[in-house]
Design a protein around this ligand. Structure first.
Ligand SMILES: O=C(O)CCC(=O)C(=O)O
Length: 253
């Protein structure tokens, strides 16, 4: 669970490192699921995989761990929908950059509110492309202008237009396997390429308050623009679906 200072820090900075670390057994389960996924998809680019639990349901159960849900509740309340997951698996030496962005730029959630759990499978060090962020950049709850990048070796193709002026305020997040950070939907964040000798794999799980509506048609349009398409599954993980979303599975019963 988060203490009051940690909750305050999250509200002020837009990102915190959770004090929780998953057990050794759970970290082993995470590794097995990832090893199997990478083997099953060995001819694909797995630097960034969106719709992870829709593609492989082995990844769903990690998102339901009470250690994670209890902390999400502290930040967005009792009514929670898990609506997405991704793999960010930066290969050693050649791992891709994630350009500076705000998550909200990609997500049709109304009203726009969501938190991301970034769960480390590998150790994340200053050298292997940790998540970096601008503390407080979420505070005015605005989506800043993004532009499309015409560049290979990036996980996402949208980037913030005016990041150069504030880049020097960035902090980065180091994690041990089984630890996770939590960030706000409006936060400016990204990560550098991985030129180190160690892979940097992590999972993201996205949760929204069930008082918001997920616009499936809007999501489809955005995802086609980025170049993928999937049948997104919404999972009710706590409380009730107050906004009457299209729920794929209710885990509260
Ligand atoms: O892990 C990364 O490289 C970027 C992650 C990210 O952008 C996110 O979690 O929203």
């Amino acid at each position: 669970m988060l203490n009051e200072d940690q909750i305050k820090l999250y509200k002020n900075e837009g990102l915190i490192k959770s004090p929780t670390c998953l057990s050794k057994n759970k970290v082993e389960e995470l590794n097995s699921a990832l090893d199997k996924y990478l083997l099953d998809h060995k001819n694909e680019n797995n630097e960034f995989v969106s719709g992870l639990y829709e593609r492989d349901e082995a990844f769903l159960r990690f998102a339901l761990y009470p250690e994670i849900i209890e902390e999400v509740k502290q930040l967005i309340g009792e009514d929670i929908i898990l609506w997405g997951s991704s793999l960010f698996c930066k290969a050693k030496k050649t791992g891709n950059e994630t350009p500076w962005h705000q998550d909200g730029e990609y997500w049709p959630i109304k009203p726009l509110e969501s938190v991301t759990i970034w769960l480390a499978i590998d150790e994340v060090t200053p050298e292997n492309g940790p998540l970096q962020y601008i503390p407080g950049s979420h505070l005015n709850k605005n989506l800043a202008e993004h532009k499309t990048l015409d560049k290979k070796n990036v996980t996402l193709n949208q980037t913030l237009k005016n990041i150069d002026q504030i880049k020097d305020k960035a902090k980065f997040v180091t994690l041990q396997p089984g630890m996770f950070s939590i960030h706000d939907v409006y936060l400016y964040h990204g990560s550098k390429p991985n030129y180190s000798g160690n892979r940097r794999a992590g999972l993201t799980y996205r949760y929204m308050p069930a008082t918001s509506l997920f616009d499936h048609q809007g999501a489809k349009k955005i995802e086609e623009k980025i170049g993928y398409s999937l049948q997104r599954q919404l999972h009710l993980v706590s409380g009730s679906d107050r906004a009457k979303n299209k729920i794929f599975k209710d885990h509260t019963k």
